[in-house]
Design a protein around this ligand. Structure first.
Ligand code: ASP
Length: 345
């Protein structure tokens, strides 16, 4: 799709997901759109005063099949087109959108242009779709500039009238249009009659250094969600996973876990072998505070790292990214304790 010659040039990257589906006139089934002809399906796009270009993944990918190789594909498209465009809109299935947005926030160092993920709960070809509004406003946000500087030079998710920092976002609903939340960080913009940017929370002071794209991930990680009654064999088998380097324990409340001797022994064995354990709360909002209760002091003493208020999605992508990028345990631990792209408070 090409537009007229305008000041703002955007690239739309269609990876897959519900948003790009229409009914095939012959079979009646939902099939992906050819994005070169997106303006036939969303004629409103022609009214924009921007040059819109698009690339599509072929075949389109349901986001449950997205993995680090696909994050790299997306990042490479941005890298190769970075100087030619003012912003990027990534159309993506909602299921793993928060993981992809988190991963890209770590990969794209010195990002100074908007990368706005969006998608929809209903296909763009259906009458009641939420896809049109999501796409149109995501484009508007990606194009918003003041004195040639982007309003939101971050990796974000735009969905159902709210713009949130990608690595702070979590999918909350498989049913409602209001599918995402940002439990520990304010929305970067809210959309009603007006598009209101929450400027104090946007990281607009991006460096003018060249974009650097990190492309190494190490997937030797696991997430262990705790539950009352968790048994030793299960914990042992997770920690005994061949090649495991980093474990996220999803704990109760403010970072609490059972104080059984066997539980802490198993964690300690893994830590002594050089493994890394990150404590992330399974609560939807709030932060890990190890030492607040007796039931987290043993984790702190053993050398478990606090994930603070990180989301589960950001924690696992950050751990894979750090293990891929750094050789030493110290560097990975330092990275976990640092806010790299605004993912922790
Ligand atoms: N399963 C789809 C996906 O995540 C759902 C969606 O597009 O929202 O790709």
């Amino acid at each position: 799709m090409k537009g007229k010659k305008n000041e703002t040039k955007l690239l739309i990257i269609y990876t897959g997901g519900t948003i790009g589906m229409v009914h095939d006139p012959v079979t009646g089934s939902l099939v992906p759109i050819d994005f070169r002809y997106i303006s036939q399906h969303v004629p409103e796009l022609k009214k924009f005063g921007h040059d819109l270009y698009s690339v599509s993944f072929d075949p389109a990918i349901d986001s449950s099949n997205i993995d680090p190789a696909v994050w790299i594909r997306m990042a490479v498209i941005i890298e190769e087109n970075y100087d030619r465009y003012d912003g990027f809109v990534i159309l993506h299935g909602t299921d793993t959108m928060a993981y992809s947005a988190s991963a890209l926030s770590f990969m794209l160092e010195n990002l100074a242009k908007p990368v706005i993920f969006t998608g929809s709960q209903l296909p763009i070809g259906l009458l009641r779709t939420d896809g049109k509004e999501n796409l149109i406003t995501a484009i508007e946000i990606a194009a918003a500039r003041e004195q040639k500087r982007s309003y939101v030079p971050e990796v974000c998710i735009y969905f159902d009238n709210k713009l949130s920092r990608g690595n702070r976002t979590t999918k909350l609903s498989a049913e409602h249009f209001d599918a995402f939340s940002s439990p520990n960080y304010p929305f970067l913009a809210e959309v009603g009659l007006h598009l209101k940017y929450n400027k104090g929370y946007i990281d607009a002071q991006r460096s003018s250094r060249k974009l650097v794209v990190h492309k190494d991930f190490d997937t030797n990680v696991a997430i262990l969600k705790l539950f009352p009654g968790i048994n030793r064999n299960f914990v042992q088998s997770v920690l005994g996973t061949k090649g495991l380097k980093g474990l996220i324990i999803e704990t109760f409340g403010s970072g609490n876990a059972p104080t059984y001797d066997w539980f802490i022994d198993e964690l300690q064995k893994f830590l002594k072998k050089g493994g890394i354990i990150l404590n992330v709360t399974q609560c939807h909002g709030g932060s890990v505070e190890m030492g607040l209760y007796e039931t987290s002091r043993h984790l702190l003493a053993a050398g478990v790292i606090s994930g603070r208020d990180i989301t589960s999605e950001a924690s696992v992508t950050k751990l894979m990214y750090l293990l891929g990028r750094y050789q030493t345990r110290e560097e990975v631990v330092k990275g976990l304790n640092t806010s790299l792209a605004g993912e922790i408070s």
